[in-house]
Design a protein around this ligand. Structure first.
Ligand code: SAM
Length: 234
């Protein structure tokens, strides 16, 4: 998959996505990540990308033209353009699965007070990572690119990893334990030590239901995305 980020601060995305699993996915060619900086598409001496908002108000707004030109530079037939904004559709695992099917994603990262509204029609999707306001779209791009990259077939060496996990089955995942079997007086649940696969599966299903009911009752009736996850893992 190819991903381009339109950003004034490429390091805010490049650095965190150079580590661990995503870093390896880039090194192995599963993810090609590029950056395009609106500042490179300005024409004045100061390479100005922002200006004061019409009608007054605090802060500066990114101007439409440098962003437009940056997107134009990387957009091809079949590209899918995502505008990161707290006003967008809330990002979730179902959205990650949808985006993982695309060949080319372009993320537009706002900064300061955001971007001139006239940029909105350029996007195929407006996306928010949650009901809070970040300083810029860059940390949001990192979260979305991370969640999408791990769904690219081959990135996780065990394709099952993305099928049996939180949200994919419409529930939170059951808790996990590793050695030692007793840690500071706390024991691993008996069922997990039994070696009986049926019993383990039943324990996990009941814990997932219990946990979801207690922590995220809103998810209990959620549409499972397991089928799509299984397909994506193939
Ligand atoms: N003035 C804007 C408002 O009140 O809606 C907030 C602008 S925010 C400080 C600057 C940029 O950060 C936004 O243009 C957007 O790209 C990004 N951003 C902030 N919160 C976000 C979120 N929850 N999800 C995605 N992007 C976000």
């Amino acid at each position: 998959m190819r991903v381009d980020a339109v950003t004034l601060f490429p390091g805010m995305i490049d650095t965190p996505l150079s580590e661990s699993i995503v870093g390896r996915a880039r090194a192995e060619g599963y993810l090609e990540l590029g950056f395009v900086n609106p500042r490179d598409f300005t024409e004045d001496r100061h390479r100005t990308v922002d200006d004061k908002p019409y009608g007054g108000g605090t802060g500066m707004l990114m101007m439409a033209e440098p962003v437009y030109r940056a997107v134009k530079k990387v957009r091809k037939k079949g590209s899918f353009v995502i505008l990161l904004t707290p006003k967008g559709r809330k990002f979730d695992q179902a959205a990650a699965l949808e985006l993982a099917k695309k060949k080319h994603l372009i993320f537009i990262c706002g900064h300061y007070e955001g971007i001139d509204e006239r940029i909105v029609p350029l996007a195929d999707m407006e996306l928010s990572i949650g009901d809070y306001v970040l300083t810029g779209g860059e940390p949001a791009a990192v979260a979305v690119i991370d969640a999408v990259t791990r769904l690219i077939p081959g990135v996780l060496k065990k394709s099952d990893a993305t099928v049996n996990e939180t949200f994919t089955g419409g529930l939170l995942e059951a808790p996990h334990y590793t050695r030692p079997a007793v840690w500071r007086g706390k024991k691993v649940p008996e069922a997990l030590l039994s070696g009986n696969h049926k019993l383990i599966a039943e324990w996990r299903a009941s814990m997932a239901a219990k946990l979801t009911g207690a922590a995220r009752p809103d998810l209990s009736g959620a549409r499972p995305v397991k089928k799509a996850a299984r397909k994506a893992a193939k």
